[in-house]
Design a protein around this ligand. Structure first.
Ligand code: ATP
Length: 296
């Protein structure tokens, strides 16, 4: 099989099972951050920091379980450190697959992905993922306290660091509203948080982890507007100074991106800034942007 496992061998296998069981690609994104396999680890994470230049060079990909379909064909783009790349395109175009490859859940079947000008295959998998965070559409927290959920990305984080991350993620206020505050148990056996609150916990976790590369899967269904505003503010802070690859649904994200990739049936059909793409007569992006943007 061509699954790429973590050193423990658990993630890839679980991932494959989950894929089979629920058939939802977005669950993949949650797994990386959800599995609390490191929570009791005393190991101090000392990964070499990467800068965050990401380059896809003629990337082709076919899922091992579905050899008849080439999901990505000749996908090429470069994100320089700190840039925001918005990927847009219809359902099934391959947007989530790009994110999965970046996380090295699978290896490309053609072309290559480089990070800081070095082939991704040359990096230690844990070090690579130690430099990345994901904020999925629908964040599932693991059963445990809010504190444990936030500190997951940095098990040796201090109390002050956890509080600061929660504050920057616009999560401190609601956390302090619970009687047990950071010790509040969440997940199936605990308090049920709203979608926006769970996202802000995931943002706090990512802030604490301080990755060079961020993968964001924007929600298609909008949160209530107050929560939406708090999440958006927190995301802006999180994205600052990091390379962000965003599966984008919000017009404001798309407009402010350094580069928009229009993906259709596994191919990048248009690439550029909002201004550049709306200048293409009869372009897909131009036509879509004249219609409903939320349909992306
Ligand atoms: P959406 O916007 O609906 O999430 P997407 O653009 O993210 O779509 P992908 O999820 O990357 O698209 O899917 C691209 C293609 O790959 C689809 O044809 C999909 O059915 C297929 N695919 C996705 N995940 C797998 C998998 N684990 N095994 C086999 N095929 C898959």
């Amino acid at each position: 099989s061509s699954y790429v496992g973590a050193s423990s061998g658990g993630i890839a296998e679980l991932y494959a099972q989950m894929q089979k069981a629920i058939g939802a690609t977005e669950r993949v994104f949650e797994l990386l951050e959800e599995i609390p396999e490191k929570i009791n680890s005393t190991e101090i994470q000392n990964f070499p920091k990467i800068k965050g230049d990401v380059s896809f060079e003629n990337v082709a990909f076919t899922y091992p379980s579905r050899k008849e379909i080439q999901v990505l064909k000749e996908v090429s783009f470069t994100a320089l450190s700190g840039q925001k790349i918005a990927i847009v395109g219809p359902s099934g175009a391959g947007k989530s697959t790009i994110a999965s490859l970046l996380l090295r859940f699978y290896d490309t079947t053609g072309g290559s992905i480089t990070i800081d000008n070095k082939n991704m295959l040359e990096y230690d998998l844990e070090a690579l993922r130690g430099n990345m965070s994901i904020v999925p559409q629908d964040v599932i927290l693991f059963g445990g306290t809010i504190k444990e959920n936030i500190a997951y990305g940095k098990p040796n984080a201090t109390e002050e660091e956890i509080i600061l991350a929660a504050k920057q993620a616009n999560a401190l206020q609601f956390i302090q509203g619970f009687p047990e505050q950071f010790e509040t148990v969440v997940g199936e056996r605990g308090i049920k948080l709203s979608g926006g609150q769970r996202q802000r916990i995931a943002i706090a976790r990512a802030l604490l982890k301080n990755p060079s590369i961020l993968i964001l899967d924007e929600a298609t269904s909008s949160l209530d507007s107050e929560s939406e505003k708090l999440v958006q503010e927190a995301l802006e802070i999180l994205m600052e100074g990091r390379t962000s690859i965003i599966i984008a649904h919000r017009l404001s994200t798309i407009r402010s991106a350094d580069q928009i990739l229009v993906l259709d049936q596994g191919q990048i059909t248009e690439k550029g800034t909002h201004q550049e793409l709306i200048a293409i007569e009869n372009g897909i992006y131009k036509n879509l942007s004249n219609l409903q943007f939320s349909d992306f």
